[in-house]
Ligand binder design. Structure first.
Ligand SMILES: NC(=O)c1ccc[n+]([C@@H]2O[C@H](COP(=O)([O-])OP(=O)(O)OC[C@H]3O[C@@H](n4cnc5c(N)ncnc54)[C@H](OP(=O)(O)O)[C@@H]3O)[C@@H](O)[C@H]2O)c1
Length: 247
């Protein structure tokens, strides 16, 4: 029970890595604000059962990450209910591959608007609460694509490199408020997103991993739980690769 009594806001919890983080946080006793893009019965039933199973509170929160007006409304509702946010996990993201000369700037803008600017907006809103409480942990889900920058990654990889740079700056600015900021850089992980990857590039990533396999969403979630917990109380400004070791 590493997260007992912690309140955690996680984005993109309806599938993939975000869903695995949601489950692991619930298992560890956290109360969760579970974000998804849009309301649906299957998701509502899932979080209801999960909350019952682990005796925690899971509150759904719905908005498109690029709809800043709606995001602000939803976060203000949380403020009004006096729910505090101890941990923010910026997970929602989209992938896009392609050479620079074949990628429109509007596509790069679209990728940045979800993978970078939406996280900036949500973090700025959440910080209004966190700084008051003088306590918090922010976890950004980046990617090894943002560290090992390669051809064909002018949109996704660069957006993740921006998240990594921002993580480092933010950790320096927020330490005085007792808020830690770290990023997780997963390698190729078994989710829908990995399924969309060009097969040759996917195979190459697996070959470049010392463990010669994809990661599971749970393996990423376990590191998120650690960073959210007091076990990581002196871990700050770090970009943690979770990729089976890369060559
Ligand atoms: N899978 C990998 O190999 C891998 C590797 C490194 C890093 N990552 C990172 O891990 C994070 C999670 O990815 P994943 O693999 O779990 O991908 P995924 O299965 O495709 O899930 C992406 C999540 O982000 C949400 N999302 C995307 N755009 C959104 C928007 N505009 N508004 C609201 N929600 C939005 C999706 O919601 P909907 O269901 O509504 O679309 C979904 O919940 C991402 O930041 C990704 O870049 C993944």
């Amino acid at each position: 029970m590493l997260l007992k009594r912690k309140n955690i806001l996680i984005t993109g919890t309806n599938r993939g890595i975000g869903k695995a983080i949601l489950i692991e946080c619930a298992k560890n006793g956290a109360n969760i604000l579970a974000h998804a893009r849009s309301k649906n019965d299957e998701f509502l039933e899932f979080i209801k059962q999960l909350a019952l199973q682990y005796d925690v509170t899971i509150t759904p929160i719905f908005f498109d990450m690029t709809d800043v007006k709606l995001m602000k409304e939803k976060i203000r509702e949380i403020f009004k209910k006096k729910i505090k946010v101890d941990v923010l996990i910026n997970n929602a993201g989209i992938a896009h591959g392609g050479f620079f000369q074949m990628t429109s700037v509007s596509k790069i803008r679209e990728v940045f608007s979800v993978n970078f600017f939406s996280h900036l907006e949500l973090t700025q809103l959440t910080l209004k609460l966190m700084t008051k409480n003088k306590y918090g942990s922010i976890i950004n889900i980046a990617s090894i694509a943002g560290i090992d920058l390669k051809e064909g990654n002018c949109a996704y990889g660069v957006s993740k490199a921006a998240i990594i740079a921002w993580t480092k700056v933010l950790s320096r600015e927020l330490a005085k408020f007792n808020i830690r900021v770290n990023a997780i850089a997963p390698g190729l992980t078994e989710t829908n997103m990995a399924g969309f990857m060009e097969p040759k590039a996917g195979k190459e990533m697996v070959q470049n991993s010392l463990m010669k396999r994809l990661g599971t969403p749970e393996e990423i979630a376990n590191v998120a739980v650690f960073l959210a917990s007091e076990k990581a109380s002196f871990v700050n400004g770090q970009i943690i690769r979770v990729d089976g070791g890369s060559i």
